[in-house]
Design a protein around this ligand. Structure first.
Ligand SMILES: [Zn+2]
Length: 153
């Protein structure tokens, strides 16, 4: 077992470990999952070397188990994220994240005139292209492309 693997799984008894987060998006992931206001024990490591991502981050949340719907939201900014669900120090489930069909309140509409940018209306997108990340706004019908995505969650 590598030291990286040990770091990943040894520290929590029950909870969720989210691995393979691009280091630069760690705090966005924390925001999307509302971990900034969560009272559970959370530890994270960032700028860890990763063959795949260059530098990655890991978050460990004790006594917290997410619904798939919740964790899929992070697929936008951490498409290679892997979740390890831990019970009694054992990984009982491994889960990947998938871009959802709809995104509600996660990111901004690229159209400055959109009602969601002018009034206090939650953004809502239909994901048109999951591979290249192209989001169709439910309100103004304009497309927000991958490079325009701004996370607001
Ligand atoms: Zn819009």
């Amino acid at each position: 077992m590598s030291t990286e693997k040990q770091l990943m799984v040894s520290a929590i008894k029950d909870g969720t470990v989210i691995d393979h987060i691009p280091a630069e998006n760690l705090f966005k992931v924390i925001k999307i999952l509302h971990l900034d206001t969560c009272t559970n024990q959370i530890t994270f490591g960032t700028n860890l070397e990763s063959k795949r991502l260059g530098f990655k981050a890991i978050v460990k949340i004790s006594d917290k188990f997410f619904e798939e719907e919740e964790t899929n939201k992070i697929a936008l900014i951490a498409p290679h994220a892997k979740l390890n669900i831990i019970k009694n120090y054992e990984v009982i489930e491994k889960r990947e994240v998938y871009i959802p069909d709809n995104l509600i309140g996660i990111c901004k509409c690229a159209n400055p005139k959109c009602v969601t940018n002018v009034e206090n209306v939650k953004t809502k997108f239909i994901v048109e292209d999951k591979k290249n990340l192209s989001l169709r706004c439910h309100y103004c019908e304009k497309l927000t492309e991958k490079e325009q995505i701004v996370v607001i969650a």
